[in-house]
Design a protein around this ligand. Sequence first.
Ligand code: FAD
Ligand code: SF4
Ligand code: SF4
Length: 463
Amino acid sequence: MANMALKKVPMPEQQPEVRNHNFEEVAQGYTAEMAIEEATRCLQCKNSPCVAGCPVNVQIPAFISRMAQGDFAGAYAQIAQTNALPAICGRVCPQENQCEGKCVRGIKGEPVAIGRLERFAADWQMKNGKETIQKPVSNGHRVAVVGAGPAGLTCAGDLAKLGYQVTVFEALHAPGGVLLYGIPEFRLPKDIVAKEVGKLEELGVEIQTDMVIGRVDSVDELLEQGYEAVFIGSGAGLPSFMHIEGEDLLGVYSANEYLTRINLMKAYREGYDTPIAHSKAVAVVGGGNVAMDAARCAKRMGAEQVYIVYRRSMEELPARAEEVHHAIAEGIVFKLLHNPVKILGDENGYVKAIECVEMELGEPDASGRRRPLVKEGSNFLVEVDTVIMAIGTSPNPLIRSTTTGLEANKRGCLIAQENGATTKEGVFAGGDTVTGAATVILAMGAGKTAAQAIDEYIQSKAK
Ligand code: FAD
Ligand code: SF4
Ligand code: SF4
């Protein structure tokens, strides 16, 4: 008999007034008892609508059924069949729009906490499991992967499992992509990313860091060196700005730069003298996950006042619901229906205030969201010493400008078919570099699809 409780088993968390002073993980994970209790809320639906919401096809009822019986190793094995990074997905997937968004328990009450259960299984396995990874027998074919983010790592892992000799070229000094330099430690501990990457290396994937493709070697040169196919998973790391007056003042950051200084360059740790503003009052412009992360980091770095400035209302906020709740609980102030028009500086060129206007929502625009309209004469100043722009990113043009025959659309995203094939033979692409800034799980799904297409491409040429 299923457990018919309407609410999910609550997730143990650090208290807001404690956690907004440290970088340790906020959500602390279920205990075994909690995981079993939550697993019994699953109705084991025959048509399993939740699975259709998962871009990597995790067999959700099957893993949850094992979990309900206390078979955590079996639950993990089931997830690992289709998901190479479960400890990460369990933490950062926007489940409310994916698997949990389709769960029938969500019709009346809260959906089954699929993400939390997936996280539990992966963490349990890391702590207790005796997974011995068998290095597959080589099939003698070589593939190059550009970028060690979720798209590149998933593609590399799937190809390695099929026996390909895979080399990943990563521009930064460590693999992980946004998982490493973007998403903060308090949402995704970096040792978890390192462990997941370690499993791929055990499979035989070679990762070469400090290799900026387009500078060291081009994609064309990789093909000339004997790689039979190249997968491009170089993300969308080029930040956008508003092009308003004052954006060149000292104390204005892109969210990418701010988060990279904190996460990758460890600005929050004692003993690291990473240059970063030690701000008192911060305005973060934007309403996505990136904006929430930047705001919550600023608070933890010691800022007394942190504002989210977003031009639409709470309903349109694109960030994960859980992260918005966490940010509010941590004392971040939401200035909704507000838009910056100017940043003001002091006599030394440092930010001293941001000028905003009030907005109201009109008819829906092309994106389907209601268009924000300026309320004339509503200008006002907010005193801040730091402004962080989190209004979106696009792919860096380096790769497309150094590769022959690779086409991109107007937004600078590589043009690729559904299977990842680009306009250049033997070159595949997926993740944010194709879609623009999206989600970890969509990037992983694209890496997975492309791995299959690369296998078919190489095998058809070998015949
Ligand atoms: P990336 O993760 O960007 O990885 C690309 C890699 O390619 C990087 O390591 C980069 O250094 C490397 N690279 C770039 N150019 C080159 C080159 N020329 N040569 C070699 N290497 C190169 N998604 C969620 O699902 N949930 C969240 O909670 C969430 N939070 C986010 C928070 C932040 C702050 C950010 C920035 C994004 C967040 N996202 C979230 C989005 C998600 O992280 C991305 O959609 C996902 O990482 C895209 O994966 P990717 O592999 O395509 O690219
Ligand atoms: Fe849900 Fe993400 Fe896990 Fe798929 S990978 S089941 S979308 S949490
Ligand atoms: Fe279980 Fe919900 Fe999936 Fe049904 S839809 S099988 S209740 S997780």
